[in-house]
Design a protein around this ligand. Structure first.
Ligand code: GSH
Length: 219
């Protein structure tokens, strides 16, 4: 049976996983989580009560977490693009950078964005300031790192770049990457030109009005 993918095309973590599918041309059924598709939402809530997406289901097995979905595809649907490097040290580097993008770019980015969805009396300006400071630190660290690399861990496109693409896409909308970080800007632009990433970004285009801070007129 075709892999069932429960998610939303505007979601950063869904785009991260989708990029892995597109890189190796792996077919899946998109089970869109939108109010117009209540059956998908009900099945999703039964499969994963925490209700964070994406998840996938194949042969009765449910896989949670974008990173784990990418690891699963590498094992069960291997293709020409080795998102999990064969070399064990390179694989450690890819996993390390994957954690970096999720924890220190995607997470603070989300903290800024979701704060505006809270009722005003429950907003957390101190937490948002901390998140913005973390983004600044992450940008500076990445800019230096990307001075000598094409992709996050070197010359090959990996799991880490699947994480980087939506992280940097939305982080720049949320807390602009300073102009002085030329290597980081070039990396973000390279990611957006990658066909798998462009396809994921295009899938989210009809939903840009969902962006809580207001989507900029670019990208
Ligand atoms: N750790 C999860 C995070 C997934 C996540 O936070 N997904 C967001 C969408 S980008 C979500 O489910 N939001 C809905 C909610 O929090 O209710 C992963 O890596 O897949």
């Amino acid at each position: 049976m075709t892999i069932q993918f429960f998610g939303h095309p505007f979601s950063s973590y869904c785009q991260k996983a989708q990029i892995a599918f597109y890189e190796n041309d792996i077919h899946f059924d998109y089970r869109l989580l939108e109010p117009t598709e209540p059956a998908n939402g009900e099945e999703f809530a039964r499969l994963w009560p925490i209700k964070k997406f994406p998840i996938i289901v194949e042969n009765g097995r449910t896989l949670l977490e974008a990173t784990i979905i990418i690891e699963y595809l590498a094992v069960h649907h291997p293709g020409p693009v080795k998102l999990m490097p064969i070399d064990p040290d390179a694989a450690i580097e890819a996993r390390m950078l994957d954690r970096f993008f999720d924890n220190y770019v995607m997470t603070p980015q989300g903290r800024c964005v979701f704060d505006v969805l809270r009722p005003p009396e429950h907003r957390d300006p101190y937490g948002v300031a901390e998140a913005r400071a973390m983004l600044e630190t992450s940008y500076a660290w990445l800019d230096e790192r990307m001075a000598t690399r094409t992709w996050a861990i070197g010359e090959g496109f990996t799991l880490a770049d699947c994480a980087a693409a939506p992280s940097l896409f939305y982080a720049d909308w949320t807390h602009a990457i300073p102009e002085k970080h030329k290597h980081l800007h070039a990396y973000r632009a390279r990611l957006l030109k990658r066909p798998s990433v462009a396809r994921a970004v295009d899938g989210g285009r009809p939903y840009r009005h969902y962006f809580p801070l207001g989507a900029p007129d670019r990208d």
